[in-house]
Design a protein around this ligand. Structure first.
Ligand SMILES: [Zn+2]
Length: 401
């Protein structure tokens, strides 16, 4: 299995490097123009058509090839969206940047890139970057420069680890729950909700009625919010992946795409409620879990929408549909087992079982896996589920979906 990751840091560019970034952007736009006017989207044909056009640009020829390749990527993405019937604009690179696959070197703790004839620019790499690069079998594939940051794309050949169990991951607005029949762990994410609320109130406090300024401010504070929300998410997902690796459990994720459709204008919800639900970064959690798991060779099972159905409302012990009650918050009632169960716990147990079914099926022995019960039935009252909390306070009752 092939795993990719990006490690990014800040750096101080020189005037010459900034000029190079602008040149690169211009070259990409020249290639895009040629591609759009001729309808060419393959790398080979585009390089034949545009290499000569790039002659007036004064920069190492490495970057000319990379600009063509970058433009090809953009054109290919555009063709794909057109094929899918999505509305697309003519692409145009606005921000100055530079992507290159060759010509660079990492030596003496810095990244050396060519900027002209026998002239180089050294970017000192910080401790974190160097520690990531020092990992065994890591190869640097390319680098990306912007005016403030340098990103190194690194790859590694990973061997997928053999898992003998599965563990579900249930995503909620204020919590992340991970576990299976043996153990369930809650990760409190209510901090992210507070961050989003604060950002909204800051944005609402700006009263000037100018769309351009409003957009600028919203962009700035939106980025700040995203960065602040990422931290608790990274912490939780890191721990989940580490635990799963230790216990040799494959992660099982539900399919909750389309959740945003539930919280739109005209759906009979309040503005505040919709705003809260729409700043929930469920997709970011999935992205983090997936890349982190892939980097260490941990398998991730994505359930289909049909397999996800009813995971948080079916009793894991008897299969009965659970009832919710306003006075019981996130607890659900099973009328056959006569007990209250935590919604998140129910969800992760069901997810891990459904994932296991898929897992057994994919391992071969389709008939056998379907015929036999994938998990021994839990005896009510005896196999009590252990719930441990990563934070001292329990997650408060919250909106369900
Ligand atoms: Zn039951």
């Amino acid at each position: 299995m092939f795993a990719l990751k990006l490690v990014r840091q800040n750096y101080a560019p020189s005037e010459e490097v900034l000029g190079l970034l602008v040149t690169f952007r211009k070259m990409v736009n020249v290639c895009l123009g040629i591609g759009l006017s001729t309808g060419v989207t393959s790398l080979k044909r585009l390089s034949m058509l545009s290499y000569r056009e790039l002659k007036p640009f004064d920069c190492p020829s490495y970057y000319k090839l990379c600009a063509i390749s970058k433009a090809t990527g953009i054109l290919a993405a555009r063709r794909k969206s057109l094929k899918r019937g999505n509305a697309t604009k003519s692409p145009y690179a606005v921000r100055s940047h530079l992507v290159a696959y060759y010509g660079f070197k990492i030596q003496n703790g810095s990244l050396r890139i060519p900027i002209g004839r026998r002239r180089y620019f050294d970017i000192p790499l910080v401790e974190h970057t160097l520690s990531v690069l020092s990992e065994a079998l890591v190869r640097v594939r390319s680098f990306t420069l912007t005016a403030e940051t340098v990103g190194l794309c690194i790859s590694k050949e990973v061997k997928q680890i053999e898992c003998d169990a599965t563990a579900g991951v249930d995503r909620n607005l204020r919590a992340l729950t991970y576990g299976n029949e043996r153990k369930v762990v809650h990760y409190d994410l209510s901090k992210t909700v507070v961050t989003a609320q604060t950002t909204r109130s800051i944005l609402a406090s700006f009263k000037r009625n100018d769309a351009r300024i409003r957009q600028k401010i919203a962009f700035k504070y939106g980025r700040r919010m995203r960065n602040r929300k990422a931290q608790p998410l990274h912490k939780a997902t890191k721990q989940i992946v580490e635990q799963a690796f230790e216990n040799k459990e494959a992660l099982v994720l539900e399919d909750i795409r389309g959740i945003r459709r539930l919280y739109r204008r005209g759906n009979w919800q309040g503005r505040r409620y919709r705003a809260t639900m729409n700043t929930w970064s469920f997709s970011e959690v999935q992205r983090q879990l997936e890349y982190k798991a892939r980097w260490i060779g941990l398998p991730v099972i994505r359930l289909s929408r049909r397999e996800t159905m009813g995971t948080s409302s079916t009793c894991p012990k008897c299969g009965e549909r659970l009832q919710s009650d306003k006075n019981h918050g996130r607890e659900l009632w099973c009328r056959i087992c006569k007990s209250w169960m935590d919604r998140d716990m129910v969800a992760v147990v069901n997810l891990s079982r459904r994932g296991r079914l898929r897992f057994d099926r994919s391992k071969g022995g389709t008939v056998e896996a379907v015929m036999r019960n994938p998990t021994p039935t839990v005896i009510p009252g005896v196999d009590a589920l252990e719930v441990s909390l990563s934070s001292d306070k329990l997650t408060e009752p919250q909106e369900c979906f």
